[in-house]
Design a protein around this ligand. Structure first.
Ligand code: CA
Length: 224
């Protein structure tokens, strides 16, 4: 499924692109409003993530121009402003959803999935993520290892979901930090180590072989 990200802040665009690509989407990026409008007009995207503050044509204008051209691709607007007026303006221009910066990638992904589910063109997003004896239910946010149910906090669930969705793939602490805590989180990567520790106690505490592996110098992965 192909998505378009229109965002001029390079680090935000790159984080969105790598995160969404890891989730299985094909992601095109435009860094100004004119290019965004042109790409959205030329290609059939499942969804557009559209920043408000953009060079050449702002996000509100891009959105309004697309709707005026009878393009009804679902749009999530991103903005640093959090005033009610701005939100109303975003929805008035025909945007489907609205997200205030800074946001975590996990929250954005939840909005993307919800909007894709709502739009008739959207395919089904898997409810369960399974890797061997670990099963995560994205709807109820429940986790099982084998026959045991495991209680996870929101952050623990989000972190484990990244690993379980890609068994065997090594993720750096920086990548996990950006995916789970968001690109604007200003604490260090120590928090990732701490949460990996929490997950190990809960997931790998029993007699079954440990699943969460440290790859020294690189990061963490789920044993395939
Ligand atoms: Ca911007």
């Amino acid at each position: 499924m192909r998505l378009l990200v229109v965002e001029d802040e390079h680090n935000v665009a790159a984080a969105l692109q790598s995160g969404l690509t890891a989730e299985g989407f094909n992601v095109d990026v435009a860094s100004d409003g004119d290019t965004g409008f042109w790409l959205a007009s030329e290609h059939d995207y499942a969804l557009i993530i559209l920043d408000v503050m953009l060079p050449s044509r702002n996000g509100y204008q891009v959105c309004r121009d697309l709707r005026a051209a009878d393009n009804h691709t679902p749009i999530i607007m991103l903005t640093a402003k959090d005033g009610e007026y701005d939100q109303a303006e975003g929805l008035d221009t025909g945007a489907d959803d609205y997200l205030v910066k800074p946001f975590s990638f996990v929250v954005l992904l939840a909005h993307v999935r919800a909007l894709l589910r709502r739009s008739s063109a959207g395919p089904q997003i898997a409810q369960f993520v399974v890797a061997g004896d670990i099963e995560l239910d994205r709807t109820t946010r429940r986790c099982r290892r084998g026959t045991n149910s495991v209680d996870l906090t929101k952050r623990e669930f989000d972190l484990l979901e990244v690993l379980v969705a890609h068994p065997g793939q090594v993720f750096s602490k920086d990548h996990l930090l950006s995916q789970v805590w968001g690109p604007s989180f200003d604490g260090g990567t120590n928090v990732v180590e701490v949460y990996i520790g929490y997950l190990r106690r809960k997931i790998d505490g029993g007699p079954a072989p440990a699943r969460i592996e440290t790859v020294h110098g690189h990061g963490y992965r789920l044993a395939p």
